[in-house]
Design a protein around this ligand. Structure first.
Ligand code: IPD
Ligand code: CA
Ligand code: CA
Length: 265
């Protein structure tokens, strides 16, 4: 399959970072792990992967800014472009030897996400999308699921650590959602949750307290797969509100309806 030069840059960087990440995953017990905050661990593998991504992406596009989970914002001369990167999304899974984690890379141009990549190096599944060009997994076109009834759906949620704040709201939402769907799933990687919504494996996903690097690549995957994405209030400020609700057009509305109902509990 022919990719644009931009996607080739992103794919090359992700594959390079994935090589060390995979090796580190194999030696997960030996990793030096430090406590970054409640429920949020950072590992040596994480930082190494971010440095590889930074080096590769900036080599290919000197001047672009770079927002990474580990290193924060590194400004570039070109203020209209920035990479938004999570080198390891699914850290808790990684540390526990659960092979469900991903590298997430997005490019933002003038405040709009124009390309995204989410790569699970263990499953060898690479999800990519570019604005206006559709979404793909390992070269195959992907589409969001078509289900129209909440009762038939599998929905991903977040089950956050209580120290993260907002736990009372999260519990109400999860309880109400559980009553109305076929199954709830807490898979542990926001980037993959969105990629899986794009691929039609999940019918929907919502989460609060989420950061731009968790969702930037996933946003464009969902949209380019024909899905809908909003913040927790149904607006378009996912980065500002740190919340996200995704699914097909019907499911996204249904999830927002349940979240509104949960507010009244
Ligand atoms: C986390 C994962 C998780 C989500 C958390 C994120 P990390 O990212 O995406 O699924 O529930 O909100 O912080 O810490 O593994 O990069
Ligand atoms: Ca993350
Ligand atoms: Ca991370």
């Amino acid at each position: 399959m022919h990719h644009s030069a931009l996607l080739n840059v992103m794919i090359g960087a992700a594959r390079k970072a994935a090589r060390t990440l995979k090796r580190d995953f194999g030696e997960v017990e030996n990793l030096q792990v430090s406590l970054k905050g409640p429920g949020d661990f950072v590992s040596a593998a994480d930082r190494r992967a971010e440095e590889t991504l930074y080096a590769e992406l900036i080599k290919a596009r000197p001047g672009y800014g770079f927002l990474g989970e580990e290193g924060g914002m590194r400004e570039g001369a070109d203020k209209s472009h920035r990479w938004i990167v999570d080198p390891l999304d699914g850290t808790t899974n990684f540390l526990h030897g659960i092979p469900h984690f991903a590298i997430s890379v997005a490019l933002e141009r003038e405040g709009v996400i124009v390309a995204g990549l989410v790569y699970n190096p263990i499953a060898e599944e690479m999800f990519i999308a570019e604005k206006g060009k559709g979404a793909f997994m390992n070269e195959h076109r992907i589409r969001v699921a078509g289900r129209k009834h909440l009762a038939d759906t599998v929905i991903a949620c977040s089950l956050p650590h209580p120290n993260r704040g907002g736990i009372a709201r999260d519990r109400k939402e999860t309880a109400l959602m559980q009553d109305q769907v076929a199954a709830l799933r807490r898979l542990g990687s926001a980037a993959l949750d969105l990629a899986w919504v794009a691929a039609g494996r999940l019918d929907g996903y919502w989460e609060h307290n989420i950061k731009p690097w968790d969702i930037a690549a996933g946003l464009i995957l969902v949209r380019e797969a024909g899905g809908y994405i909003a913040d927790g209030k149904g607006g378009d400020d996912m980065f500002g509100t740190n919340s996200v609700v995704a699914g097909n057009e019907t499911m996204q509305k249904e999830l927002l309806r349940v979240l509104r109902a949960a507010e009244k509990l």
